[in-house]
Every structure is written in C-alpha cells, then in structure tokens.
Write a protein that binds this ligand. Structure first.
Ligand code: DQA
Length: 146
C-alpha cells in the first residue's frame, strides 16, 4: 500500500505554536511516528507539509494513480478550502482527515470542515496518535479488500 500524508499550514510549527492546544511534540516527532507506524505495516509512505493551498491541491492531484490512500490534516484550510475538497473528490482515494485538537470543542468557525465531505473518517483530538489510528484504519481497509 502506498500512502500520502499531507499536513497543512503551520503544522511545521508544532511544538512552538500554542502548546496549550497542540502540546509540545514537534513536527519531527509527528513525522517519526508516521514513519514508524508505516514501517510496522509495510506501508510505503510519503509525507509532505505545505503552507500553501495550491501546493496542497498539487500534492493531492499528484497522488492520482500513484497512491492508494491519503491522510490529510488540512489545518486552517479545513474550514475554508473548497479547492482541497474538490481535489480530494477528483482523485477519489480512500481518505482520512486528522486533526490534533478537537475542532468541535474550540471556536465555532472550526466546527465546519469542507474536507470531511470527501473523507471516509475524521479523527480529532488525539494529538499525533490520531495519525497512527488513521494508518491502522487504512491498513485494515486494504487488508479486508485482499
Ligand atoms: C488543526 C485544527 C485547525 O482548526 C487549525 O487551523 C490547525 C490545526 C488540528 O490539527 O487540530 O492549524 O487542523
């Protein structure tokens, strides 16, 4: 299985940004956890991070016929980006949306996610462990299909 993990704006600032919300684990910890979880399951993973909406659209489009599944934390674009939603619908790969924080218990503007409309599942409020959970779900999904 080939997996693309996409992280949106400001996630590279993990460990520095709002530690009371996002904790003190940094972006390198997140990347290591994803790599480790994928290694255990023999998943070939590509991890990317961008602060630019168009670049995230390009990453999603680039996954067409190249990847089997996507995990995406679109960060602030979750709540604004129809372009990212449309790109996910275009490639139509099994997609899991992950958020470190619980977007439903924060400001009202975070409650709505465009990306959820294209995701088979949304995991939020579990910190970086949410990525490991998403990897497990996708792994199960493909095992069942075999
Ligand atoms: C986030 C939640 C978003 O509302 C926020 O804009 C982020 C991070 C999360 O992982 O909890 O940047 O996606």
């Amino acid at each position: 299985m080939k997996l693309l993990v996409i992280n949106g704006p400001n996630l590279n600032m993990l460990g520095i940004r709002e530690p009371e919300i996002y904790g003190t684990t940094n972006y390198i910890d997140l990347v290591e956890l994803v790599n480790q979880s994928c290694r255990e399951k023999d998943i070939e993973v590509t991890i990317c991070q961008s602060n630019h909406e168009g670049e995230i659209v390009d990453y999603i489009q680039g996954s067409y016929k190249k990847m089997d599944a996507i995990i995406i934390n679109p960060a602030a674009y979750t709540h604004t980006s129809i372009a990212i939603l449309d790109a996910l619908k275009a490639v139509a790969l099994p997609t899991i949306e992950v958020h470190l924080s619980d977007i439903h218990t924060r400001e009202a503007f975070r409650k709505h996610s465009y990306v959820s409309l294209a995701a088979m599942q949304t995991i939020c409020g579990k910190g970086i462990d949410g990525y490991a959970e998403a990897i497990n779900i996708l792994h199960e999904h493909f095992e069942q299909k075999r």
